[in-house]
Design a protein around this ligand. Sequence first.
Ligand SMILES: NC(=O)c1ccc[n+]([C@@H]2O[C@H](COP(=O)([O-])OP(=O)(O)OC[C@H]3O[C@@H](n4cnc5c(N)ncnc54)[C@H](O)[C@@H]3O)[C@@H](O)[C@H]2O)c1
Length: 260
Amino acid sequence: MINFEGKQGLVCGVANQRSIAAAIAQQLGSLGAELCLTYGPDTKGRFENKVRVLADELNVKQIYPLDVREDQQIVELFASLDKAWGGIDFLVHSLAFADRQDLSDVFSKTSRSGWEVALEVSAYSMIPMAREGARLMRKRGGGSMVAMTFIGSVLAVPNYHVMGPAKAALESVIRYLAREMGPENIRVNAVSAGALRTLSSSGVKQFGEMLKVAGEHAALERNVTLEEVAQATAFLLSSAAGGITGQSIYVDGGFNIMAN
Ligand SMILES: NC(=O)c1ccc[n+]([C@@H]2O[C@H](COP(=O)([O-])OP(=O)(O)OC[C@H]3O[C@@H](n4cnc5c(N)ncnc54)[C@H](O)[C@@H]3O)[C@@H](O)[C@H]2O)c1
């Protein structure tokens, strides 16, 4: 039985109600977790509004801005949580970014600046988040972290482009963090989610086709749901997954095992 009563943690990456992070927050909330939500950078304030609506729904009191390109914001976020809670039990990194230009042109035209921003936001950011998060997890005698990845890390998925190397880097980061933090009872894993229609995925050219192919070629012969990804994330964050670390677990209906 997975239970988060008395557990406190952070879910980063809610942009709207279709975000994977929103489904994870709902799942963890329904299992009794006390949550902190963050909203990413957006000059029009849309993300903050959406996060505040979800926060009301889930009775979340800890809400902070988080641009992972700003070290100071990362430090301040965890300092605020330290003050409020005196530690955390879990952390979810469900965020990524690539310039639209680098997702629409051919891969070999990936710009230097596009590479930098995609790798920084989508992969590097897990390092300072984990470092600060681990400081608070130590106060609880351990903890669990999960980041979101995609099969484009190991297969050349049409139009996924610079996000492929970014996810490959993220999965490697997960392994190195797991190795470093394992002795402190801190587990670090990734969920490799099947294609889902979200704000981010709408930036991938012909995403509808990717979704169709994923559904047709998965072992389950269908696409996965947000709830299934959220449930697997909750499992990895929970003590039921106590022996699992450094893994990228596919939650894709078995798409990754199929030869064709
Ligand atoms: N949708 C899919 O098909 C799919 C499949 C596998 C993995 N994923 C991964 O799941 C995660 C969540 O994506 P999603 O599909 O829910 O889309 P989404 O657009 O709902 O979420 C992406 C989030 O990234 C945040 N973000 C972007 N730049 C940021 C920055 N500088 N600082 C802080 N936050 C920033 C945005 O604010 C947004 O909340 C991403 O890592 C994505 O790559 C998505």
